[in-house]
Design a protein around this ligand. Sequence first.
Ligand code: GAP
Length: 454
Amino acid sequence: MASTPETPDAESSSPDASAADSARFDQIVNLAKRRGFVYPSAEIYGGFRSTWDYGPVGVLLLRNVKDAWWKSMVQQRDDVVGLDASILTPPAVWEASGHLSNFTDPLVDCKECGQRWRLDKLDDPNQCPNCKKTGSFTEARNFNLMFSTHAGPVADEGALAYLRPETAQGMFMNFKNIINTTRVRPPFGVAQVGKSFRNEITPGNFVFRTREFEQMEMEYFVHPDDAPKYYEYWKAERERWYLDLGMPREALRLREHEEDELSHYSSATADVEYLFPWGWDELEGIANRGDFDLLAHTKRSGERLDWFDQAENVRYVPHVIEPAAGATRTAFAFLLAAYDVEEVRGEERVVLRLHPRLAPYKVAVLPLSKKSPLRETAQTLAAELRDEWSCEYDETQAIGRRYRRQDELGTPYCVTVDFDTAEDQAVTIRERDSMEQVRIPLAGVADWLRPRLK
Ligand code: GAP
């Protein structure tokens, strides 16, 4: 069902990638650690099973991805409302949704070396990729990807709970609440951003596939006759979102699922795919879920989850179109797409060409000297800019090195306060991609930046 295509477990690089792609991938993983984007979780204890922490810079990038999604999917629309549902969920939800019986991957153990594999993703289902032994696998068994726990002090059957493996069910759980307490009417959507958990057999490729990750999902409820139309609409909308934020056209595609790939709830699904170093892989799935979920929960809960159209005097179960994206995976793809290395005056320049809306810091203020009055002028300017944007302030090292550091963070603009500033009340602004510089009045920096950072 909804489990995603697998690549072999590799923490930093993939054996499928060409040597050049693999080297580039390793450089990006290295930059991510060095510049505070992503750290291995619990690193002082040797790390913990493909879990990652987003550092001071990564948290800004991730937040900007989620904010850009929320803005386009909720804030700028009058037909979508937001939700933040709980992660801990009772078994009944997953029984009805089909996850308890279907959210499984076929797992085999190699009797020779003890490694575990997802059978459906092995090139040769008879040979262990680790020890190369043939015929050494155990019988395949269905491994459920949901994490279970117990709510409360008694760890018995009645207290069993699951960490949600998708945010989507929260929207179905609250369908009735939302239609009863807001002014929505089909077609309308409910959107949510939040953590999901899957006990992936083979996590890997850095933050691409992890056991704890963030999703950005929207369930769009429509009249059954309109479902094919909105399926097409959302495919186009979602592809456009990635392109608008700077994803290169040639590295992005929409791929319609074959019949045998479809999840148990879906009559049609298309993936938005990005050309990762190991090949095309999924960023987001847009699915036509039909009336599967509302009917399943109606049956299991006894609560009628449908819509009464007063104007037409008809009652119907809305069909659902679902654009389901991964926030952590998408942030990673934007990082990969933005990474560039070029030669400038005989020296290598590493630059993250992130869209200004995604850039962790929008601007950096760099006084040419720590001395008075440059420092005070620069600090006052930085304080003013921080009112609107995340702003770096850096007064250490040579200016060239400071520019390079900001290039590696993807900061679109650097403002330099220099020795002439006291005289002419002007500063120099350097643009990240072109490295061009303009001199503008000190008092006009925010006005100059505003349209460029939209
Ligand atoms: N509600 C439908 C659903 O969850 P999915 O294709 O299984 O569909 C949606 O997940 C998105 O969530 C994927 O396209 C991917 O971006 C992200 N995702 C899924 N599993 C992930 C994992 N283990 N690590 C990181 N992101 C994941």
